[in-house]
Design a protein around this ligand. Structure first.
Ligand code: BGC
Length: 1000
């Protein structure tokens, strides 16, 4: 069948009416009339896999396939931001790029690959064989069907009604993206216009609407985690979703809860909420509730084990395969899966599987993870979408539980050779993918859409030609008029940016929420001699009279000022230039504005009594020494940046190179401390960072009086800092991770794997449960500032700890309950292949992904190499049976209560009260007599309470669930509540725990 588009029209196109957003379409008379909106008629041209019986799912699936075929290199390239086309083509000068010295890692990777080829050609076939051919992740089949949870009953009922009316190609259309940059959002699915099911717009990301105008740049996840404030977590999700709704986004690609932060230098830790599963889980669940209560589908990402950027993705790092995160079952359950379980409990409607492999099976084709843990054990009812190009196989990923291929391209960016689309149609017709699996995939997507109420036509008008819904912005250009399908050869243009302001107004302005979060996300780490809060007028009255000079304040460090080229000068914020308010990558947005610390500070001080000088640079020339010497008080701003690994800055390829402040920040602090007021001035250090920063070079200097970790505060950065510095708001942020004294203190395997250690880089999570504070506690290492630490201007007191048992301590949860409802039933007969052939006269866009097949001749049945274990149904997990797992895991087993008092003189303050649990010491499994090792203590609950000074009190109670008191027993495949004495600590951080009680 011919591959050209020329002159082919689908009849439907002729009557196509333009909707509002494209109403001023600038379309040449001979331009194609096709729009993304008739995407029910979609194709994939030049498919790589013409025959499905020969369609080897590219060997990238889990453990069963005999050979691994490598594909030519593909990489993800994005447009530099100085182009008005945001992100469509990726014109890189590759040679120049590779010659940059900072690309050493890539050079070494190349060297590694080249040596490997040499070795192979020299007969060293052993080297190739050393790559794990077969995955080590156990099989879990068949894929559990959605529609088993009572809370989703109505959504599934409606979804089934709609899906029953769909044809095969319509169903496939919903499961597959149209291709990178083919439509307006970073991910776009096909629609079923005939039945009123729209194309879905999927857009990043966790801190705001990416690639969009007139939005809010909220503080990043790590800042939100630092607030320990459940209400703010919810409020940010809700405001974020309101903006998504206003821009016509159906699915938000957040919150992020993986990486969890196993590696302190990990490039994307800042997108999530902190290095503890409970903190991460609460923040994720609250965000999801906020997003979905507003009618947007939230995405819990990245499932799972994507703890570093190096080698996260095939080809991106010069190797054909992504890294394998090798995680044992107990660690997987107690750490990395925990926040996802909380997300499922909160009703999350989508989960994104990650790029990496887990136990040598790609996460998006890993049946144990998707079918077994996510869908069976956690009872997930929504749909699993792949991270962008994380899908590495066709049939086997469908069997393993993937429901949506994003962005729809195949193994390479913008190749138009989808692993699904047309190929999925063939796979269903030739029976390699059971019809019932496809029905389940589609039903999950459609049910998710109903679940958040997007079928409400008043709130969600249909896209053109039936309404004016759909995305009203383009991810690919800032211009009003732009290409409708930028990645294809189609030249049709239209109004793609309507510049709708979604930031909210007045009291409802989202900037207010952004500021509140930024304020509460500032952590006061040190405040010697109560130097803070400051006085806007400088000296207090008595001192002023004695001194009789203005109070002189110096502001130093590039991090205080803005980027001279504007806050959005660097592509996806991938540079550390000027003040740092966001990390980089897909999780970043275009700042609508960015209040810098410098401008906020300068206008905060009373200019009659305070004289402010600024030198916002990191190198202070000797000639400027006088400036330092003249000051009474010096501020030093330093920072440390990183982000997603597809972009790099100054040798930082996503993951940070070390844990120190960047751009000689430490030297700057040392210089300022030495010379400020001739060594007698007071110094306040402010740090913006994506993760822990080691401060040992200067933290103990006597004139470094205060240190504030401002995290990544978003657009309201300067205002939030000022609110804290002057005591307009009492600081209440607490550390979401540990700040060590040395990178080594985090453990021998806590560094980034920077050079490949095999064809498939292997990363063993050898430390198991012992990450962050759990590692420090186990090995008795004193951190600089421990997890949970944060100071206030007032003082709180805890008293009257009470621990009450609420339920008997049986070792195992109740038997798994049967599902309250049954999944929808469909006619699972093989559809007539004729219905799947290109409609006559259909005009195709080059590389656009469609569901049609070229000819019924293409459907040949053959022997498909099903994964091992495919024909033996896996036993259901005893830990399953409800959202997030067996409902009895969430029964309250104990209650811990304390009395909180504000004993300080400051009128108002918010206290973060934290509950940690210690498991029975010396516990042995009663059957095997094997000892079970436990962390010294683990966070299990927390709350933030605002309380007035002068002795006001409040009672604080925490529920403790069975799961909180259980460990994952790999032999039983279940949560076990050990017998013995549990300890409950309540306090202010993982090491400042004034109260302790026990329960037997
Ligand atoms: C990231 C995802 C993101 C997607 C779409 C990927 O590179 O890992 O987090 O949602 O791109 O932009």
């Amino acid at each position: 069948m011919g591959r050209t588009n020329m002159g082919l029209h689908h009849p439907k196109d002729e009557s196509y009416e333009l909707r509002g957003k494209y109403s001023k379409i600038d379309r040449p008379s001979d331009s194609p009339l096709r729009s993304s909106l008739d995407a029910a008629y979609r194709h994939s041209s030049d498919s790589e896999f013409e025959d499905l019986d020969e369609f080897d799912p590219l060997n990238y699936d889990e453990g069963t396939l005999k050979r691994r075929k490598t594909r030519s290199k593909g990489e993800r390239l994005r447009l530099p931001s100085n182009s008005s086309q945001k992100n469509v083509q990726r014109p890189y000068n590759r040679l120049r790029r590779w010659l940059i010295p900072s690309r050493m890692c890539c050079w070494l990777t190349l060297l590694f690959t080249a040596s490997l080829i040499l070795l192979l050609s020299a007969g060293g076939i052993w080297a190739y064989k050393s790559a794990p051919e077969d995955g080590q992740s156990p099989p879990w089949y068949p894929s559990p069907k959605g529609g088993t949870d009572g809370q989703w009953a109505e959504s599934y009922r409606k979804a089934a009604e709609l899906v029953r009316q769909m044809t095969l190609v319509e169903k496939v259309n919903i499961t597959t993206g149209t291709g990178w940059a083919m439509d307006m959002c970073v991910g776009n699915t096909g629609q079923v216009a005939r039945l009123g099911f729209p194309a879905l717009c999927l857009q990043d990301g966790p801190l705001g609407i990416r690639f969009a105008d007139n939005i809010t740049a909220f503080p990043a996840g790590i800042t939100v985690g630092s607030t320990w404030n459940r209400e703010l977590m919810y409020a940010r999700g809700r405001a974020h979703a309101a903006e998504a709704k206003g821009k016509g986004v159906n699915v938000l690609l957040g919150p992020a809860m993986g990486p969890l932060g196993r590696l302190p230098a990990g490039g994307r830790n800042w997108e999530g909420f902190g290095t503890d599963p409970v903190l991460q889980g609460v923040a994720a669940a609250q965000t999801i509730r906020g997003i979905q209560d507003e009618g947007i589908i939230a995405t819990a990402k990245h499932f799972i084990g994507n703890e570093q950027e190096h080698f996260r993705q095939s080809y991106e790092w010069g190797l054909p395969n992504a890294i394998s995160s090798n995680i044992d079952d107990r660690t997987l359950h107690e750490l990395y899966t925990w926040p996802f379980a909380e997300s499922v409990r909160a009703g999350v409607a989508s989960v994104m599987c990650s790029y990496n492999q887990v136990n040598n099976s790609y996460a998006c084709g890993n049946s144990k993870l998707l079918n077994g843990i996510l869908k069976d054990e956690l009872g997930f009812q929504g749909f699993v979408q792949s991270d962008w190009l994380a899908q590495r196989s066709g049939v086997s990923s469908a069997l393993a539980g993937l429901d949506m291929s994003m962005p729809g391209d195949g193994l390479k960016w913008q190749d138009g050779k989808s692993l699904w689309g047309q190929q999925l149609t063939k796979a269903v017709l030739n029976t390699s993918v059971p019809v019932e699996r496809l029905n389940d995939m589609v039903t999950r997507v459609v049910a998710a859409w109903y679940h958040v109420g997007q079928d409400d036509k008043d709130r969600w008008p249909l896209p053109a030609p039936d309404g004016d819904g759909g995305p009203n912005f383009s991810s690919w250009t800032d211009e009003r008029i732009g290409l409708l399908h930028p990645s294809s050869d189609d030249k049709a243009t239209g109004v793609v940016n309507q510049f709708i302001n979604v930031q909210g107004e007045g009291d409802e302005a989202h900037g207010n929420i952004a500021r509140k979060i930024a304020v509460e996300g500032h952590i006061l780490l040190k405040n010697e001699g109560d130097i803070l809060p400051l006085n806007r007028t400088g000296w207090n009255e008595t001192v002023r009279q004695v001194k009789n000079t203005p109070f002189r304040v110096g502001i130093f460090g590039e991090d205080a000022r803005g980027n001279v080229n504007g806050p959005n000068a660097c592509k996806d914020r991938a540079c550390n230039e000027g003040t740092l308010a966001s990390g980089w990558g897909s999780g970043a947005v275009e700042f609508p504005y960015l209040i810098t610390p410098l401008e906020a500070l300068k206008s905060a001080f009373d200019n009659e009594t305070v004289y402010v000088t600024d030198l916002p640079q990191n190198k202070i020339p000797d000639a400027s020494a006088q400036i330092l010497e003249d000051q009474d008080l010096c501020f030093v701003f330093i920072d440390s940046d990183g982000g997603e690994g597809y972009v790099q800055w100054n040798g930082v390829r996503g993951d940070r190179n070390d844990l120190y402040a960047q751009k000689n920040g430490d030297d700057l602090v040392l210089k300022v401390a030495a010379q400020c007021g001739n060594g007698e001035g007071d110094v306040i250090v402010v740090i913006h960072s994506i993760g822990p920063v080691i401060m040992e070079k200067w933290i103990d200097l006597p004139n470094i009086k205060a240190v504030i970790l401002a995290n990544l505060p978003g657009q309201e950065s300067g205002n939030a800092l000022v609110d804290i510095l002057f005591g307009d708001v009492n600081p209440s942020g607490h550390l979401p991770y540990t700040i060590g004294k040395d990178a080594k203190d985090y453990g021998p395997d806590s560094g980034i794997l920077r050079y490949p250690n095999g064809i498939v880089p292997q990363q063993n999570f050898t430390e198991g449960l012992y990450i962050d504070y759990r590692y420090f506690d186990k090995h008795n290492i004193t951190p600089r500032y421990e997890f949970g630490h944060g100071l206030s201007y007032t003082q709180f007191h805890l008293s009257s700890l009470m621990v009450q048992q609420k339920k008997g301590n049986s070792m195992l949860p109740e038997p798994r309950p049967t599902h309250p409802i049954a999944p929808p039933k469909y006619d699972n007969g093989i559809p007539n292949p004729e219905t799947a052939v290109w409609p006559e006269g259909f005009r195709r866009l080059n590389k656009y992904i469609y569901p049609y097949i070229d000819s019924t001749e293409d459907i040949r049945k053959g022997k498909y190499p099903y994964p091992i274990g495919y024909n033996e149904p896996a036993p259901l997990s005893p830990a399953g049976g409800g959202p997030g797992g067996n409902p009895s895991l969430y029964d309250t087993h104990a209650m811990v209560s304390v009395t909180l008092t504000n004993v300080g003189g400051v009128p108002k303050g918010a206290a973060v009260v934290q509950l940690y649990v210690g498991f029975p010491e010396g516990y042995k499994d009663p059957d095997t007599q094997e000892s079970v090792d436990f962390p010294v203590r683990v966070l299990r609950n927390f709350t933030k309470i605002e309380i007035n000074g002068n002795g006001e009190r409040s009672k604080v109670s925490f529920d403790v669930s069975r799961k909180d008191l259980s460990y994952w027993d790999t032999r039983r495949g279940n949560w076990v509540l050990p017998s013995g004495t549990f300890r409950f600590w309540v306090g202010w951080s993982s090491r400042d725990l004034p109260l302790m009680g026990t329960l037997y």
